[in-house]
Design a protein around this ligand. Structure first.
Ligand SMILES: Cc1cc2nc3c(=O)[nH]c(=O)nc-3n(C[C@H](O)[C@H](O)[C@H](O)COP(=O)(O)OP(=O)(O)OC[C@H]3O[C@@H](n4cnc5c(N)ncnc54)[C@H](O)[C@@H]3O)c2cc1C
Length: 641
């Protein structure tokens, strides 16, 4: 029997050694105090392994062999409904039978109380089989967990601290409906005139005199948007002027909208208009829908005006999920290319023996291991941070020392996940496209033909760097966080620089010295960006009264104008930051498990010259283009009057 878990040694390394299961299981099992739960980490991990093996076999046997059919048949839009072909229906029937939608939900809500990390690992295997099936599957359990998370955060979930369980939660009915597979949800952000620029969103949320909310507006490109439950972001606050913060992100609120009711006679009453299913390049087993809301009843989630903040909570997890989905695609592309190359003869040997192809394959394998290390880190710390926050707010320790300790732990986990999440989304999705393309190339002419499946992987991969925040948006986030960190604590940056320099020459471990040197390259690039940014800022003050300089320099920063140089190089910086984070994760593994030293060596061999190249580009290029952009900006301003 094919099994995407059992045939993947790297994935099994994480189960056996690479994941520090103890803290994750302990917090997931409420310190082993909950009734009906696991009594220790070993027992729990055995259970998780059984699930992973079961999923590994299911996706390998019952989804992967039908990828071409899923791609060919797509989903039909008929009489204003999405109609799944038989194959997809039967796959989702089996997912329901295996009870996978509610896997991470607490037991008291009918779930298995498995960690989200297991869900992500399963996502990788699902995506290796067919990423579009994973996308729709993800909008079941993922949305049910989001409903629970939102309710916990807004205070509409009650816990029994004695029994360590949930006794009441706001969206219980909806969660159970989704867990049973009878419904699913989606996330409605994008509009025809606003995608990356959320400040431009126009959908409106309005309240009547009785306090009921309604949303009106058009949302497009919604994955699984034929679903019943839509998280919709809409504008609720009127801006007085263009400068009013309400004109931007602060004017947005977050809603849960039910788009239809199932009637007793088997028909549906719609509360919104399901306009169409988009025809698209790939991802054919996943519906991408357009919906129009016209005073559709809605439930406000959280508070008025904090819609953007709420949406980020959902997106953090979604970005990690895309990281794992991309990883699954990379794994599929690598294996397809490797197996083809091993049997295709050319000029006296199989093509995997030709140097350039061997080099491609070696780089793909190495990148996959690096990305997986980053993905596991992001998922691990995100889950620990989230669960520890719930513990602190709803079941806090009964003494100050433990409370403070928990608070500090949460802060450190949040900082880690905040750092690596945009890097994961960026690098995993970009690599999925690169590997899809390489898979086609390694197949030669056959790669261009549908029969071999390589071109499908490339088409499916193309959306990864676009949805859940494009690569450029991830890069801007990573760059801003990095530079703000330096501006807030310049001394900390200098200390880190010095420590890294010291480690680069004095560490007894040669691999640690190499990682420190790579960190130095990254830190030098950051220093170049911040120095250039500060120099430009000073230059912009010339001609202005000296008395205005302190305020202008310390407080009056305009992200669009003052960070132009850093924005220009944000993507290059993100590659450096990703390599740095991956090498740190692999070094930690190498220190604990000597057999991982070879993985780090291979990764460093590739990352070192790459980082030097990007650091050089950051330090030496861009002035000409920025000059040109600022000239045309000025001309446009003058022309506008
Ligand atoms: C298959 C699919 C499924 C999707 N699913 C969902 C979903 O479930 N829910 C949902 O709400 N949306 C969904 N989307 C929409 C997706 O999130 C958006 O397409 C994406 O955020 C980009 O927005 P946009 O298309 O408006 O492009 P734009 O924002 O117009 O961007 C166009 C290009 O400009 C770049 N760009 C924009 N601003 C900047 C900047 N400041 N600096 C540098 N570069 C910039 C972008 O990176 C991009 O390369 C989906 C899209 C697709 C294709």
């Amino acid at each position: 029997m094919a099994n995407f878990f059992k045939d993947n040694e790297d994935l099994q390394f994480y189960f056996d050694k690479g994941i520090d299961w103890e803290p994750l299981v302990k917090i997931t099992e409420y310190d082993y105090a909950a009734a009906g739960g696991h009594d220790n980490a070993d027992e729990a991990v055995e259970f998780y392994r059984d699930i992973a093996q079961m999923v590994g076999e299911f996706v390998a046997e019952e989804i992967a062999p039908h990828g071409a059919q899923i791609d060919r048949e797509g989903v039909e839009f008929r009489d204003n409904e999405a109609v799944f072909p038989e194959r997809l229906e039967s796959i989702f029937a089996k997912i329901r039978e295996l009870d996978l939608h509610g896997m991470c939900l607490p037991r008291e809500l009918g779930g298995m109380n498995a960690p989200m990390l297991l869900y992500y690992i399963n996502s990788e295997m699902f995506s290796r089989a067919d990423v579009s099936v994973m996308a729709h599957h993800g909008f079941h359990g993922g949305i049910a967990m989001a409903m629970l998370m939102f309710s916990v955060h807004e205070g509409s979930t009650e816990f029994d601290p004695e029994k360590m369980e949930i006794v009441k939660t706001r969206f219980e009915k909806e969660i159970q409906e989704i867990a049973s597979g009878k419904a699913w949800g989606c996330m409605d952000i994008t509009e025809p005139d606003a995608g990356s620029d959320m400040a431009g969103l126009r959908a409106k949320g309005e309240q009547d005199d009785d306090g009921n909310w309604f949303v009106t507006g058009e949302k497009i490109f919604i994955t699984s948007g034929h679903g019943k439950y839509h998280f919709v972001i809409a504008r609720t606050e009127e801006a007085q002027s263009g400068d009013d913060p309400f004109a931007g992100l602060a004017g947005l609120s977050f809603f849960l909208v039910k788009t239809y009711d199932d009637d007793a006679d088997g028909t549906r009453t719609w509360h919104s208009s399901f306009d169409r299913i988009e025809e698209k390049l790939g991802h054919h087993g996943s519906v991408t829908a357009a919906q129009t809301f016209d005073r559709t009843p809605a439930l406000l989630v959280g508070s008025r005006g904090d819609g953007f903040k709420q949406m980020l909570k959902l997106m953090n997890n979604a970005r990690i999920a895309v990281g794992f989905e991309s990883l699954g695609l990379c794994e599929a592309a690598y294996r397809l290319a490797r197996d083809y190359a091993a049997q295709r003869p050319s000029m006296g040997k199989t093509i995997d023996r030709h140097e350039m192809i061997a080099d491609y394959l070696d780089e793909m394998r190495t990148d996959i291991q690096g990305i997986r290390a980053l993905a596991m880190n992001a998922a691990f710390y995100e889950e620990l941070a989230e669960k520890a926050s719930v513990r602190l707010s709803h079941m806090p320790p009964d003494n100050d020392v433990d409370r403070n300790k928990l608070q500090n732990t949460i802060k450190s986990f949040k900082a880690r996940t905040r750092r690596v999440t945009p890097l994961l989304k960026y690098i995993a999705s970009e690599k999925a496209v690169e590997m899809g393309r390489r898979c086609v190339q390694i197949h030669g002419g056959n790669g261009y033909m549908k029969e071999y499946g390589a071109e499908k992987l490339l088409r499916d991969a193309m959306v990864m760097p676009i949805y859940e925040g494009t690569s450029q948006i991830q890069s801007l986030m990573a760059m801003k966080d990095t530079l703000n960190g330096i501006l807030k604590d310049p001394q900390g940056f200098v200390t880190r620089y010095a420590q890294t320099r010291w480690r680069a020459v004095s560490s007894r471990d040669a691999l640690e010295r190499r990682v420190a040197r790579l960190q130095q390259v990254s830190l030098s690039a950051q220093r170049a960006l911040i120095t250039k940014t500060a120099t430009d800022k000073f230059r912009s003050l010339s001609g202005k009264p000296l008395t205005s300089w302190p305020n202008a320099f310390l407080k009056d920063w305009n992200p669009k104008r003052d960070f132009a140089y850093a924005m220009l190089h944000a993507e290059r910086l993100t590659v450096l930051l990703s390599d740095e984070a991956i090498c740190e994760a692999l070094l930690a593994q190498a220190k604990a498990h000597p057999e991982r030293r070879e993985v780090l060596e291979r990764y460093l061999d590739r990352a070192e010259p790459r980082c030097r190249y990007y650091a050089d580009e950051i330090a030496t290029t861009g002035a000409r283009l920025l000059e040109q952009l600022s000239r045309t900006d000025d001309e446009q301003h003058q022309a506008a009057g």
